[in-house]
Design a protein around this ligand. Structure first.
Ligand code: BV8
Ligand code: ZN
Length: 250
């Protein structure tokens, strides 16, 4: 199905958007599982897991430093902009949950947002309670930064495989869905995600069980495409401005 008109959203309707790496693809950020994907060069378990970090922190910092260096030159695309615009129209009846760590949604103006897998430009201590801090440093090959409070290795403030999503992030999503489904209809739009990684990939089932209308916008049928009521095949940078009622639909 191809989007020709915006998703109808009544005055009491809420919108929950979930994005994955595909939404940043048109900005030039490689996705995880496409042919030239990031994971080709680095097996996930070695660069995006606590075990991998314990085994070779320098390799992990090389992986994330390379992504910081690549992300510095990229800008949001029309898909990010459409999501920020519909947030301005809906206000507190809108929430964005992103799996992306590239910071492009914030650059596009998104504010009502949960970065459920963390952020590439934040670093935290792997041991003490020192709060995470903004950090765009591209560490020189082989460097592993250490905490000046406790001396332990610093790590990217990112949720790795096998790690829990932050409890307050999950609580915020849950609270939004509860309020949205008691005050009116909820529409869920997932864009640019292969539907492989949980708990993000399970969101469609959770919201459908609460009566939400569910849309998938993706370049190909995602793993969990059958869970969605509507599937719009296409590029998020072209489809979202139409589907979310941005400029593209006038
Ligand atoms: C958890 C940070 C509880 C890293 C990421 C065994 C042991 C341990 C855990 C598990 C296990 N088996 C299963 C699990 C659970 C695991 C999981 O789901 N694994 C998968 C691989 C099976 N999940 C977890 O571990 C999560 N935590 O479950 O805690 C727990 C605890 C212990 C034990 C069990 C359970 C934590 C998951 C978070 C991992 N961190 N990111 C980093 O970013 O460096 S996930 C990583 O994948 C990214 O965040 C990325 O966003 C995410 C998902 O990928 P996608 O975003 O979907 O990107 P992808 O490339 O896959 O797809 C892009 C899509 O876009 C494609 O379909 C493409 O066609 C499309 N596309 C391309 N261009 C466009 C487009 N679409 C539209 N327009 C375009 N232009
Ligand atoms: Zn520390």
């Amino acid at each position: 199905m191809h989007a020709r008109s915006p998703i109808p959203l009544g005055d009491d309707a809420s919108l929950l958007v979930l994005t994955g790496a595909g939404v940043s693809a048109e900005s030039g950020v490689p996705t995880f599982r496409d042919a030239n994907g990031l994971w080709e060069k680095y097996p996930v378990v070695r660069v995006a897991s606590p075990e991998g970090f314990a085994a070779d922190p320098a390799l992990v910092w090389r992986f994330y430093s390379q992504r910081r260096a690549r992300a510095k030159g990229v800008v949001p695309n029309a898909g990010h902009v459409a999501i920020a615009e519909v947030e301005r129209r809906l206000g507190e009846r809108f929430l964005l949950v992103t799996q992306n760590v590239d910071g492009l949604h914030r650059q596009a103006g998104s504010a009502r947002m949960v970065e459920m897998h963390g952020n590439l430009f934040r670093t935290r201590c792997s041991r003490c309670a020192r709060p995470p801090f903004e950090d765009a440093t591209v560490y020189a090959d082989g460097t592993v930064p250490t905490c000046d409070a406790c001396g332990a290795f610093l790590r990217p403030d990112i949720v790795w495989f096998g790690e829990m999503i932050a409890t307050d992030d999950m609580a915020r999503i849950e609270a939004f869905v509860n309020r949205a489904t008691t005050s009116g209809p909820l529409t869920f739009v997932a864009a640019g995600t292969s539907g492989v990684v949980y708990p993000a990939a399970g969101m469609v089932n959770a919201v459908r069980a609460r009566g939400a209308d569910t849309w998938l916008v993706n370049a190909e049928p995602a793993n969990n495409a059958s869970q969605f009521a509507h599937f719009v095949e296409g590029k998020s940078g072209e489809v979202l401005p139409v589907l979310l009622g941005g400029r593209g639909s006038r």
